[in-house]
Write a protein that binds this ligand. Structure first.
Ligand SMILES: Cc1cc2nc3c(=O)[nH]c(=O)nc-3n(C[C@H](O)[C@H](O)[C@H](O)COP(=O)(O)OP(=O)(O)OC[C@H]3O[C@@H](n4cnc5c(N)ncnc54)[C@H](O)[C@@H]3O)c2cc1C
Length: 478
């Protein structure tokens, strides 16, 4: 079989299908595995380029068939949240400690935080099996045990109210509302539009925990590629698929610029819009998926800086004062004048990621998906906003301390990973029906082609991409 794309879902599918006894060949356009989960090395600094927050490690453990507790570090402190007025909230992994911190710093009753996290747990535990680990909308699934279990959560799904309005009901402190609203961005959504169903996301961090691999996030992609190789999977890097040939509904060869591979099965980990555009041009993208709004993108600066920041941890957020304005600007395809800045510093854990006395900063802001905006201008604006926000909130003028600099923006993300319009998480989850509007992992138009990755069901983000490979594994019988 041929797998197109060695993103996290393509790697997971390769392992699963090789274990099932298939001879698996992976075609990857780039020189590295991992797709969006990539790395840059420059002058003694190493940067993870894409995902940084990693939850549900058992999904990787089951692929590698080993316990990761010795290789992956469980975070005690997940995120440090900073505001312009000097407020600082430490979001401890342990729910009790986090709830007490919210009470001490923001005056939010700890019981309100517990109630919120318990509800998040209820939603996740009742719906994940049905909506994340199964092909959605199959009648068989709807009437399965998972379907009936999910039915119990139906009255509490809150699909037709926004995350923000639900948070306002749960917390009277606007900073607490903003802190929990931010979880909408975990799949590129807008908290003022996204359904409150997404409030199950904090359950992953605060009830289950977040992890960090000893070698950085990119280690996950490397571990998966190594495991696949041990299972006999062959990798063809720098070899992009250009066309899938069909006889009727059946794919029989995959063409690249240098080879044509015969195959009995194809799994595509390529963004679904590009699959129909480039790889299966004889079949247009079905109408229901056309013009679906896509999730947000990002502008990221990778800065190697010659100083340290004792007040920061691995994951840090410097909040914008007017969050709604920030999301309104994104919806209009531009950037507000004040932005929420995410600072991810892996060298806090992985000491070799930066030279002695230095740190590797991944400074990211949410950006709109690419609609042909002037990205040079927007990037410069973002850079200035980040630097002045860091100076105002943290009292650090890092502009003269940047030794190494690189960046990513929506057009670059699109070029490097094949993602449609540079979106980080496929189609947007702002629509309450989004879970049903993603392209399925298998469609009847093709008898032996399957789809995995962030642009198809169940959606973007590492855990969901890994879940897509698990679903395809279930669908393919041997
Ligand atoms: C900046 C950023 C931050 C993020 N933060 C987080 C986070 O903190 N936590 C989280 O869980 N998720 C995060 N995500 C999302 C997460 O990274 C993605 O959802 C996930 O990695 C996507 O994996 P995928 O399997 O869909 O493949 P992708 O990573 O999209 O990779 C697709 C692969 O297919 C290859 N390809 C494309 N076309 C072809 C072709 N024709 N032939 C051969 N190969 C081809 C590409 O080169 C690429 O390697 C982030 C993403 C980004 C970009």
């Amino acid at each position: 079989m041929v797998i197109i794309g060695a993103g996290i879902a393509g790697l997971a599918a390769a392992i699963r299908l090789a274990k099932k006894g298939f001879a698996v060949r992976v075609l990857e356009a780039g020189s590295q595995p991992g797709g969006k989960m990539s790395e840059i090395r420059k002058e003694g600094f190493r940067f993870d380029t894409g995902p940084s927050l990693f939850t549900l490690p058992h999904l990787v453990e089951e692929l590698l068939e080993e316990k990761l507790s010795s290789k992956y570090h469980k975070l005690n402190l997940i995120t440090r949240y900073f505001w312009e007025d000097g407020t600082l909230v430490n979001a401890w992994a342990e729910a009790d400690k986090f709830a007490l911190e919210m009470e001490h710093v923001l005056g939010v009753p700890a019981s309100a935080v517990h109630k919120y996290l318990d509800e998040a747990r209820f939603l996740y535990e009742h719906t994940a099996e049905m909506f994340i680990f199964n092909p959605v909308m199959s009648l068989k699934t709807l009437f399965s045990a998972a379907g009936l279990h999910a039915l119990k959560a139906l009255p509490r799904l809150k699909a037709f109210r926004s995350m923000h309005s639900y948070h306002e009901q749960c917390f009277s402190n606007p900073k607490a509302v903003q802190l929990f609203d931010r979880f909408a961005t975990y799949n590129g959504s807008d908290p003022y539009k996204a359904p409150a169903t997404l409030t199950m996301i904090p359950h992953l961090e605060h009830n289950l925990g977040a992890w960090f691999p000893q070698g950085g996030i990119y280690q996950i992609a490397q571990d998966l590629e190594n495991k696949a190789k041990q299972l006999g999977v062959s990798f063809h890097h720098n070899e992009a698929a250009t066309l899938i040939h069909f006889r009727g509904k059946k794919a029989y060869t995959v063409q690249t610029s240098s080879n044509t591979y015969e195959t009995d099965l194809v799994i595509s980990d390529v963004d679904i819009a590009r699959v129909y555009d480039h790889l299966i041009p004889h079949k247009p993208l079905p109408m229901r998926y056309i013009n679906r709004p896509v999730s947000s993108s990002a502008i990221i600066f990778y800065w190697g800086i010659r100083r340290t920041s004792p007040m920061l941890d691995v994951h840090n957020i410097l909040f914008a004062e007017d969050y709604r304005k920030e999301f309104d600007a994104l919806a209009n395809g531009t950037l507000a004048d004040d932005l929420t800045v995410y600072l991810f510093i892996s060298s806090k854990i992985v000491k070799s990621d930066a030279p002695e006395g230095c740190e590797n900063w991944f400074a990211m802001i949410n950006a709109p998906y690419d609609r042909g905006q002037n990205w040079n201008e927007l990037r410069l604006k973002a850079r200035n906003i980040i630097l002045s926000k860091v100076q105002r909130i943290l009292g650090m003028d890092i502009s003269k301390d940047i030794l190494v600099e690189d960046y990513a923006d929506p057009p670059l993300i699109a070029i490097k990973t094949g993602s449609w319009r540079g979106a980080l998480y496929g189609i947007s989850s702002n629509d309450p029906m989004a879970a049903f509007l993603r392209h399925p992992n298998k469609v009847s138009a093709f008898s032996n082609v399957y789809f995995v990755g962030g642009s198809v069901h169940p959606g973007g983000g590492i855990p969901l991409c890994l879940a897509s490979a698990k679903i395809v594994d279930k669908l393919i019988k041997k």
